[in-house]
Structure formats: C-alpha cells, structure tokens
Design a protein around this ligand. Structure first.
Ligand SMILES: Nc1nc2c(ncn2[C@@H]2O[C@H](COP(=O)(O)OP(=O)(O)OP(=O)(O)O)[C@@H](O)[C@H]2O)c(=O)[nH]1
Length: 350
C-alpha cells in the first residue's frame, strides 16, 4: 500500500477520502490538518476536482488525501481508478449520518468492491460522520444499522471477506482525531515496536499513560498498551494547542518564520487532581505527552534519563527504516541497469 516518492525515497502510505457530496470530506481535512475551526467549515465551497494534498512537509504522517468530488463515475474513461486504488493504503468513506444514507450505502458498496478487486490489501474505513446532532442511543442505533446493511450488501455479493471498520465521527469534538489516529496507526509498520518502547518507558518511570503525537495534526501515532480513554486524549490535544499557541505568540522572534516547535519544546501542567502532564519534543514532528501522579514526578531526573534513552531508540527505529528504503532503491537501480545491459543497451540510464 505504500508507494515510493521519487524525490526523497520516502515510503508514504496513501489515504483516500471519499463519500457523497456535502458529506463533510473537505471539512475533515481542513479541521484535522489545517487547524480550521469547525464553524468555519460552514462556508466551504463544494469541491469540483480531485485534490491531492500532500501533508508530508509539516507532519510526521506523510500521507496523501485524495478528496474526490461527491459523485465520481467509475465508467468515465478519463478516471484511472485502478492506478489510484493500487497505491492506496486506506480508503476512508464518509457517510453523513444526519442525512438519508441509502444512496451513500450503495455508493460505498460500489466503491469498496471496485477497490478490492484492484487492491485487496486496502483498509476500508467508514466514518459515520456528523454524529454531533445525535443522542448516544441514536448514534449506536445508526452505527448498528449502517454496519448491518453494508455487510449484508457485501454478503449478498459473495464478498464476506472484505472487512469494513466503522467509526462515529464529528468535527465538533475529538472523535475525528481519534478516528484518524486509528486509521493512520494501521499504516505504520513500526507500530508494535513503538508500543513496546512506550511500555518499557512508562513502566520504568512511574508514568501512567504516554502518547506519541504528531504535533501538527494531533493524531497520536502510538501509545502504550493500557486502554485509551477519550478524556485523556482530549486533554493531550488541549495541551498541544496551548503549547503551540503560546509558542506562536511569545516564542518566535518577529523575524523568525517556521514551526513554533523545536528541540527545546517542553511543558509541564499540574492538574488539580494531583495528576501531572508532561510534554517533550521527540523528533521534529513528534511529541511525547505523559500522564503521571504528582509523587512520581518527584523523580523527574529518572524520567528525563529514561526519556533520553527512549528518544535514542526511536531515532534508531526510524534510521533503520531510512536504510531499508535506501537499500531497496539501490537494489532496484542495480536490477534496472543489469536489465538494460542484458538487453544490449549500452547506455546506463543512471
Ligand atoms: N454538524 C456537522 N456538520 C458538519 C460536520 N462536518 C462537516 N459538516 C458540514 O457539512 C457541510 C459540507 O461539508 P464539506 O466539507 O464541504 O463536504 P464535502 O464532502 O467536502 O462536499 P463536496 O466538496 O461537495 O464533495 C459543511 O457545511 C460543513 O460545515 C460535522 O461533523 N458535523
């Protein structure tokens, strides 16, 4: 599901964002990656072309979003869906839960079956979106109904093996960030290693919970294996906002452009329930946010030392990834030159 970016040799998982018109695709993208406030999305214009947004420059999660206009025609010869699906890691299909979803479900079925034929490795993720207007009972009811109908359609077509994952989302709370985090985590091959490192780190430092966050999008790319509760996650998002906002206003010298986040970035917040939140820079794009009790924070020296080891280990994990990519590139170049020589072509393309 990854494709090689020819410019920098990076392997980038690609995410497609699809769904009917006005289901909320552009809003999701703007809120998650561009810090747009949810109310501003009311004024978004309808999208008329396929936009290919690369969020790699400012974010660790270097994936792409293909925002399709509502109705795409699979039979349109100018639309090369095979090429698009072949390089896709995850397909997010957005369903507007406040609207009648019969048409959305048939569109979902068509899209999923087409995509699966081209690339059976795609993760299919269904966002039951705009649930902010629904009561809790109503949400569960909708999810059950959509889940059942979508899977029945697949079963009728003899395609039970296709797995759909469902998420209840809204741009008016943190559910959209949570859902995106889960989607992205499935595409990170180093996830088990990251989780392991976090487990070792927290158990040796007296920390209760630790998240590794992509600072720009507030997607958490990994956490230790204890369960995540929504409130903790929301507090982490708020903390990142506070740190970035304060840095933007007071941290940057006037002439300085660029990210309000660097090697020195760190913050400590004492909550009134004897919990301490601790944020520290891990890499250019990643931050660790930890939750711990006040008593444990007295051993800050130990925590900082363990953090130093953790940071080094993370660096090694990503170094290995870069090396593997470079080797792969070299290998394919060699193969290519051998091929051209055996074909009697003398000029090496490189
Ligand atoms: N209540 C609510 N409204 C939302 C939510 N997400 C998006 N919207 C609204 O839905 C409307 C349509 O959103 P868009 O993002 O333009 O939808 P789109 O899918 O990109 O539409 P096209 O570009 O036409 O394909 C906007 O008025 C948004 O404010 C949500 O989570 N809750």
């Amino acid at each position: 599901f990854c494709f090689l970016d020819s410019l920098n040799g990076e392997v980038k998982p690609r995410i497609l964002l699809m769904g009917l018109r006005r289901s909320g695709k552009s809003s999701i993208q703007k809120v998650v990656f561009h810090k747009m406030s949810p109310n501003e999305t009311l004024f978004l214009e309808s999208t008329n072309k396929i936009c290919r947004e690369d969020v790699s420059s400012s974010s660790f999660v270097s994936f792409q979003i293909w925002d399709f206009p509502g109705q795409i025609d699979f039979f349109d010869p100018t639309f090369d869906y095979e090429m698009i699906f072949r390089g896709t890691g995850a397909l997010i299909f957005v369903i507007d839960s406040q609207d009648d979803y019969v048409e959305a479900l048939s569109r979902l079925h068509l899209t999923v079956t087409r995509a699966y034929k081209v690339n059976p490795d795609i993760n299919f993720e269904v966002f039951i979106h705009k649930v902010d207007g629904l009561s809790d009972d109503h949400k569960i009811e909708k999810q059950r109904d959509i889940h059942k109908r979508a899977n029945d359609d697949l079963a009728d077509a003899g395609l039970e093996q296709i797995h759909l994952s469902f998420y209840l989302t809204s741009i008016y709370d943190h559910s959209i960030f949570e859902a995106f985090s889960k989607v992205v985590q499935k595409l990170i091959p180093q996830l088990p290693t990251l989780e392991n490192l976090l487990n070792i780190f927290i158990s040796n430092s007296g920390i209760e919970k630790a998240f590794l966050f992509d600072v720009v999008s507030k997607i958490y790319i990994a956490t230790d294996s204890s369960p995540v509760d929504m409130q903790t996650y929301e507090l982490c998002c708020d903390m990142i906002d506070v740190v970035i906002d304060i840095s933007c206003i007071y941290g940057l010298a006037n002439s300085e452009a660029g990210l309000p986040y660097d090697k020195e970035s760190m913050a400590i917040i004492h909550l009134n329930n004897t919990t301490v939140m601790y944020l520290k820079e891990v890499t250019k794009f990643l931050a660790m946010v930890c939750f711990l009790r006040k008593e444990s924070f007295e051993r800050k020296g130990l925590i900082d030392y363990n953090f130093h080891c953790f940071k080094k280990a993370i660096q090694e994990v990503f170094d290995v990834r870069i090396k593997v990519q470079q080797n792969r590139k070299l290998l394919s170049q060699r193969r290519w030159s051998k091929l051209t020589v055996t074909n009697g072509v003398l000029n090496n393309p490189h």
